[in-house]
Design a protein around this ligand. Structure first.
Ligand SMILES: NC(=O)c1ccc[n+]([C@@H]2O[C@H](COP(=O)([O-])OP(=O)(O)OC[C@H]3O[C@@H](n4cnc5c(N)ncnc54)[C@H](O)[C@@H]3O)[C@@H](O)[C@H]2O)c1
Length: 293
């Protein structure tokens, strides 16, 4: 069996964001090795032999529009992977980077995505419980323009207070809501997301600092360990643990899978769900993980 042929990326046009670092960098390396023409975008320099790289701040609609002009007319797979941690005071920026830019790019590029193409996001276990805010997310998803969304955010400060969490919940809602929407299903465009657990990447330090109420990285690291690792005596993943499955999900190997949120967390969230189903209904992630430790 020819593994490259099974993946189906040879000679195909693939667009991927966030390639300068972490999970997306691993995914980009695999896409190059699988023979794809890779168009990679990041706000930082990308030191990989891609077909073409673009430096752009994807929180800025004008910069996105400029890059989109340069992307190929036919795209076979789109991977949206860029992301930042949520610090107090930058709730709007987090919504723009972690959700709005991803929705905007998807919808702007949809006409160019080929029949049986794929769109794959990196969301997070941080979006766990997205079902509880689904209606709110759908309200936002249905707003047609970037400006409408910004307006919505400005009028819903309480909804975006959870910052990173809400942005990821929107992404997960988007996959669920859109998989059978005519603009996707009529062209058989698959849409999925991976939900990674704790992974050591360029974001680790920011996650540590933003998790601690005082911004102390050591304290934040301990809190993250308590929530994500302690209950299973676990360890953080490395970028390949996420980047490689991401590439598979966008490939022909997963040709019949759409609308899925794939948790890659060694079972942690299934364990949370089990606890919630048995006797811990309506508890937060922190409360469930405390009970499990
Ligand atoms: N690291 C974790 O523990 C973890 C867990 C769950 C989900 N995630 C998600 O994984 C994705 C990848 O992050 P990572 O952990 O590999 O971190 P990373 O920092 O190593 O990679 C993120 C990349 O996104 C780019 N980026 C950020 N903001 C951008 C912007 N405005 N415009 C263009 N590029 C921008 C960065 O330059 C960087 O190259 C993110 O969406 C993150 O939320 C990470």
């Amino acid at each position: 069996m020819d593994f490259k042929k099974l993946l189906g990326y040879e000679g195909k046009n693939v667009v991927i964001t966030g390639s300068a670092s972490g999970m997306s960098k691993s995914a980009t390396e695999m896409l190059i090795a699988s023979g794809a023409n890779v168009y990679a975008i990041d706000k930082n320099d990308i030191d990989l032999p891609v077909t073409k790289s673009f430096k752009a701040d994807l929180s800025d609609k004008n910069e996105i529009d400029e890059v989109i002009k340069e992307l190929p007319d036919k795209i076979d797979a789109l991977f949206l992977c860029h992301g930042i941690a949520g610090f107090p005071g930058r709730e709007l920026l987090v919504q723009k980077v972690n959700f709005l830019s991803q929705k905007y790019m998807t919808e702007k590029l949809l006409d160019r995505i080929s029949k049986h193409g794929s769109v794959t996001f990196i969301s997070s276990v941080g979006g766990f419980g997205w079902e509880q805010v689904y209606e709110k997310c759908v309200e936002l998803i249905n707003l047609p323009t970037w400006e409408d969304a910004i307006n919505w955010y400005e009028n819903h400060p309480d909804d975006i207070k959870s910052s990173y969490v809400f942005a990821k919940q929107c992404l997960e809602s988007y996959v669920t809501y859109k998989c059978m929407a005519p603009e996707f299903i009529n062209k058989r465009i698959r849409i999925n997301a991976i939900n990674p657990g704790d992974t050591t990447t360029g974001l680790t330090d920011d996650f540590n600092k933003s998790t601690s109420p005082t911004g102390d990285a050591k304290e934040g690291e301990e809190m993250i360990n308590n929530i994500f690792l302690k209950s299973w005596n676990g360890y953080a993943a490395n970028p390949k643990d996420m980047g490689y499955p991401l590439v598979l999900i966008g490939s022909d190997i997963f040709s019949y899978m759409s609308g899925q949120l794939i948790y890659i967390d060694y079972g942690l969230t299934s364990n949370w769900k089990s606890g919630a189903l048995l006797n811990k209904q309506n508890k937060s992630i922190e409360e469930i993980s405390k009970d499990n430790n």
